[in-house]
Design a protein around this ligand. Structure first.
Ligand code: CUK
Ligand code: CUA
Length: 640
């Protein structure tokens, strides 16, 4: 076994898992473009795309919205960022969204979007995403395409095996990549083994409003939980998590983390644990975490600090958690649409492991264990294996599915997308990716009903695919037509930040519900100015509140006097427009904030602390009418 580790390690070094090697990536090869590719991606002016695709923005902290097949970007949704374009995270109303137990944290690393489901089908209500770094889960409302809720995940570090939903959106699930002492304490790092833990958090989603609440956290051995996937269909009620450090090494030089030939997939019967906690099981643990909610009547976010969380030791619940041995440090774990198979993407391997859910259940019923780890039963690899996809490629990372029984696996090292049949495990087709693909996404590919028309490969390295833009290029996505036997490359398009996973949905599901305006009459913002007659300036000590309205093409009031150096001026601006797509902007000279972009019917607030005497202009930043240039005003600032 030692030898095989050495072989694969040198293979990995040679092929670029640990360093990028140009020889392996033949630059300049264009890939086999479908002969009618242009026709297939052409969406004529004025026509709409067939699918929405939501691409994670990785270190941009945001989620981007694209159309498929055109590859046109429609929107960047601010999530874990201060986003100047909309003023998100700058306006007084949205700042609380970025509050955490560590304070105001306007950045995160966003990895995995997943769309809410009903009966295993995409319902298009919300999309959930995870923040990796300061562990958080966010929810975006797919009516408004705005972030409406963020919950921090306590007892977590590296919130990576997140944010996948169960098939009725009962839960959005979050798992820890980095094991840490729980609760945190000051101990030597090399005391990791046995003392550092991981948590798997089951965050319930209220079916009406979608509000999130941490129902329970499983406290697990410190094996580093990489990715996760829900069971569905027959395996609904289970959740699967990969691990990559069953060695419990505190330093992950490959010699350490790859010692074990097999790591585990943790199989969690969450229905059993849910029942256990509903009957009073588990224990309350003190924990500080923020729960931030945005209300789209008041257009205001509030942040609440929570003080405790319910934790469960998996050993307390009999036969609820099992370890499935899976070769070669599995990265992704993916369950096929019928829920029969659990695919382990062993990233240091050439083969793919396919576990059988039925065989897993049989092994559990017969109590055929090969051992245990920290009191959690380990099943026999041979007992649960359905088979392997042999020599499929090098370095499998993630698998997605179509509606015809096929799987699509990405291979990072051999840089290709491989199509194979889930039942026969025969490879059907392979297409090169430019370059070094991470995730792949088929709209609905993470549900019981995939729409097997397109797949997008999300590549890590771009190199010569686009005009050079200095040392860094945007990552590239590649769109494939997967409706036939062979996958056909249709399009390359640049993405934003670093997309990890993505989620796609037929346009018609979202189009009809998409909200066009906020009704002014329903505006409940406490600083709203509903009529021009109410527009005013109010002083309260050195705080000044300007209640301002805006409609094409005027601010009311637009000449403001009586402001003094040292004042704190709040501009509360209500947009009186009631037409689709007519926001107004507001920018003030010297404001240490961004601008505001106020949607029709909304109120937003920008703070300004004038430092100098004079007469200072403000203006609308969004070209809103022929008289946009006239949308301006002055503030007179007098000495203290
Ligand atoms: S991870 Cu990035 S390529 Cu965060 Cu889903 Cu595998
Ligand atoms: Cu309002 Cu430009």
């Amino acid at each position: 076994m030692k030898n095989s580790i050495k072989v694969i390690t040198s293979l990995l070094l040679a092929t670029g898992l640990f360093s990028c090697n140009d020889n392996e990536q033949k630059e300049g090869d264009r890939g086999a473009l479908a002969s009618n590719a242009a026709e297939k991606v052409y969406v004529a002016p004025g026509e709409h795309d067939e699918f929405y695709a939501f691409l994670s923005g990785g270190y941009s902290g945001n989620l981007t919205v694209y159309g498929l097949p055109s590859g046109r970007m429609f929107k960047e949704i601010a999530v874990f960022s201060q986003f100047p374009t909309s003023g998100y995270g700058y306006s007084e109303e949205t700042k609380p969204m970025l509050n955490t137990s560590h304070g105001f944290i306007p950045w995160d690393d966003l990895h995995h979007p997943d769309i809410s489901q009903t009966n295993g089908k995409l319902d298009g209500r919300w999309i959930f995403v995870n923040g990796n770094n300061t562990p958080r889960i966010a929810k975006i409302d797919l009516k408004t395409f705005e972030t409406t809720e963020i919950i921090e995940v306590p007892n977590s570090a590296g919130n990576h095996s997140s944010s996948f939903v169960t098939e009725n959106t009962e839960y959005v699930v979050a798992g820890t990549r980095f094991s840490v002492p729980i609760p945190q304490e000051d101990i030597a790092i090399n005391e990791y083994k046995g003392k550092f833990k991981g948590t798997l958090s089951f965050i319930s989603v209220d079916p009406e409003e979608g509000h999130m609440d941490i129902k329970f956290q499983l406290i697990m051995p410190g094996f580093d939980y990489d990715l996760s996937h829900p069971g569905r269909g027959k395996s609904h009620g289970w959740f699967f998590f990969t691990t990559y450090n069953t060695e419990e090494a505190n330093t992950l030089l490959e010699v350490n983390a790859s010692q074990n030939d097999k790591d585990f997939i943790a199989a969690v019967n969450w229905k059993k644990i849910e029942e256990y906690v509903n009957n009073g099981g588990g224990k309350i643990m003190p924990a500080n975490y923020a729960h931030n909610m945005y209300d789209d009547k008041s257009h205001t976010a509030t942040s609440t600090m929570k003080k405790e969380v319910l934790v469960v030791d998996p050993r307390e619940v009999s036969e609820a958690v099992f370890f499935l041995p899976t070769p070669k440090s599995p990265h992704g774990v993916d369950v096929n649409p019928s829920g029969d198979y659990i695919i382990g993407n062993g990233k240091l391997s050439a083969d793919l492991t396919v576990h059988s859910f039925d065989r897993m259940i049989d092994a559990i019923e017969n109590k055929e264990y090969s051992g245990e780890a920290y009191g959690i039963p380990i099943l026999n690899f041979e007992d649960i294996l359905a088979g392997t996809v042999k020599q499929a490629g090098l370095g499998p990372l993630h698998t997605e599915f179509d509606d015809k029984g096929n799987a699509y696996t990405t291979f990072f090292i051999s840089s290709e997308l491989v199509k194979w049949n889930v039942e026969t495990r025969e490879v059907i087709d392979r297409q090169p990716n430019y370059y070094s693909v991470g995730h792949v996404m088929v709209p609905g590919g993470n549900s019981r009903e995939p729409f097997g028309k397109y797949a997008i490969a999300l590549n890590k390295i771009t190199k010569d695919r686009y005009l050079p833009t200095g040392p860094e290029l945007e990552h590239s996505a590649q769109l494939f037509d997967i409706s036939g036997e062979k996958m056909e490359l249709l399009l390359d398009f640049p993405t934003h930040g670093e997309p990890h996973y993505a989620a796609g949905i037929p346009a018609e599901i979202l189009e009809e519900n998409s909200q066009k305006i906020y009704k002014l009459a329903e505006n409940e913002n406490e600083y709203a100015t509903l009529t021009n007659g109410d527009a005013r300036v109010e002083r309260n000590g050195n705080e000044v509140h300007v209640y301002m309205t805006t409609i094409r093409s005027h601010f009311t009031p637009d000449n403001i006097e009586g402001i003094k150096v040292g004042d704190k001026v709040y501009f509360h601006i209500t947009n009186h427009e009631q037409d689709f797509d007519v926001p107004h902007g507001f920018a003030m000279i010297g404001a240490n904030n961004a601008e505001l972009l106020i949607m029709p019917g909304q109120t937003k607030t920008l703070v300004w602390e004038p430092k100098q005497v004079g007469v200072w202009p403000f203006y609308c930043t969004d070209f809103c009418s022929a008289l946009h240039q006239e949308m301006q005003g002055y503030v007179r600032v007098s000495p203290k």
